[in-house]
Design a protein around this ligand. Structure first.
Ligand code: ZN
Length: 78
């Protein structure tokens, strides 16, 4: 078993299942807070089924919150 491509964090995004032409890139914020994303190439709307990857999203959200705190602390210190 190879663990490549199907990672939420891949910078390349994921291939649109509709047109298979466009790699949809999601920012962490989009991944966490958007329910539906739209392929700009074919217009396919994709629901983000968060129930299937709730644990991963939970970890990502923690990371995101932590990152925001770091930024906040940095801005106060400067
Ligand atoms: Zn598409």
């Amino acid at each position: 078993m190879k663990a490549e491509s199907t990672n939420l964090n891949t910078p390349e995004g994921f291939l649109c299942p509709g047109c298979k032409q466009f790699r949809i890139k999601l920012s962490l914020e989009q991944l966490l807070y958007k329910r539906v994303i739209r392929c700009p190439y074919c217009g396919l709307e994709l629901g983000l089924d968060k129930s299937t990857c709730a644990e991963a999203l939970d970890k990502l959200q923690n990371l995101y919150v932590a990152t925001e705190r770091v930024i906040d602390i940095n801005s106060k210190n400067s």
